[in-house]
Design a protein around this ligand. Structure first.
Ligand SMILES: Cc1cc2nc3c(=O)[nH]c(=O)nc-3n(C[C@H](O)[C@H](O)[C@H](O)COP(=O)(O)OP(=O)(O)OC[C@H]3O[C@@H](n4cnc5c(N)ncnc54)[C@H](O)[C@@H]3O)c2cc1C
Length: 317
């Protein structure tokens, strides 16, 4: 029986991204009439093993890969994914690094940033954004295996429980010729933008760094939200670069994305287009963001944000 393989790095555990990859893998395997197998690169905790075993018939853990190094990770993935019809990864940086190299090594074809996977006439079709988010393009994967990283957090988790088996994989790991010698983790308090359920994002129309701190931070606080920003606000140095949402920033998929004084340029929309509900506050009724939101207020943010914060505080007290 043919198989679809998913590959996860253990570092993030059974987070929303891992659940999205497992869901995409399960549905793709069902569409192809194949089994789903999972590989975890690195030591896995119980939540990750159990979550994967519910979605995949077989889960192989490579605990020997204690920290990510590209060559041993690639060698393990190549050895365990050989013969698969398709190999799916999430949208973390490690996955994005490995996907093209693994596709080459397995004689298949790579694909990046898949938003939708379908099986039509036995072939895998991938939908992804094109032209900076202005269009969608659909690709037919002809080479085998199709090695794809998906926008995992925006994809539905798997349903049901297939009761898969979990085992330790024994693979030969080569000595790394190239090693990552130092890592700097982003300083971060609370949830990351990618994991956030609610995001309060600000743009150039705020006019400076102070409103982020004095108005948007209290609003985000009362909404239990994580703060984000447009590139214009980040480039101006008003907020840190890692707050940037968009084509060249973070791809987010919250339940609610509140865009304040953000025009809604296509490059920004590309990063937050998977949000379940989008709301916007903008003085310009013709701002493109209003074409992409469920709720909007045409008003100066200074007249709305403090009121909204007060009202939400009242409701919570
Ligand atoms: C290759 C490339 C990659 C890019 N990647 C990204 C990316 O990842 N993320 C990203 O965000 N951008 C990206 N950009 C930039 C993008 O094209 C826009 O320039 C940027 O998103 C604009 O940011 P903004 O909406 O904050 O500013 P603006 O477009 O200037 O919009 C400001 C908005 O604030 C409103 N406003 C003004 N005053 C008020 C007020 N008092 N109250 C309420 N509303 C008010 C205005 O009506 C306006 O709509 C990229 C561009 C390129 C070329």
């Amino acid at each position: 029986m043919s198989r679809v393989q998913i590959v996860l790095f253990s570092k993030n555990g059974w987070d929303r991204g891992a659940q999205g990859v497992a869901g995409a893998g399960r549905r793709l395997a069902d569409g192809l009439g194949a089994e789903l197998h999972a590989v975890v690169l690195g030591p896995a905790d119980d939540a990750l093993k159990n979550g994967l075993a519910a979605a995949a018939q077989k889960v192989q853990v490579v605990s020997a890969l204690e920290e990510y190094q590209p060559e041993p990770a690639l060698a393990a993935a190549a050895s365990l994914c050989d013969g698969a019809a398709a190999v799916l990864f999430g949208n973390d940086t490690y996955s994005q690094e490995i996907v093209p190299r693994l596709a080459h090594r397995l004689g298949g074809a790579p694909m990046a940033d898949a938003q939708k996977l379908e099986v039509k006439d036995g072939r895998i079709h991938v939908t992804r954004s094109a032209y900076g988010g202005k269009a969608l393009s659909e690709y037919v994967m002809k080479a085998t295996p199709a090695v794809i990283w998906v926008r995992s957090r925006a994809l539905e988790p798997a349903e049901g429980d297939v009761g898969g088996a979990v085992e330790e994989a024994t693979v030969e790991l080569p000595e790394a010729k190239l090693r990552i010698t130092e890592r700097h983790e982003e300083a971060q308090e609370g949830a990351s933008l990618e994991e956030a359920e609610i995001i309060v994002s600000g743009g150039r129309g705020l006019g400076g760094p102070e409103p982020f701190e004095q108005m948007l931070a209290p609003l985000a606080d009362v909404m239990h939200a994580v703060q984000g920003a447009s590139r214009a606000a980040c480039d101006a140095g008003w907020v840190p670069p890692n707050w940037q949402v968009g084509q060249t920033g973070k791809k987010v998929a919250p339940e609610l994305y509140l865009a304040i004084a953000i025009s809604g340029a296509s490059q920004h929309l590309l990063g937050m287009g998977d949000s379940k509900v989008v709301a916007a506050i903008n003085t310009d009724a013709d701002a493109p963001i209003f074409k992409h939101c469920s709720f909007g207020i045409v008003e100066d943010y200074k007249n709305v944000v403090p009121l909204l914060t007060e009202k939400l505080k009242e409701m919570q007290s």
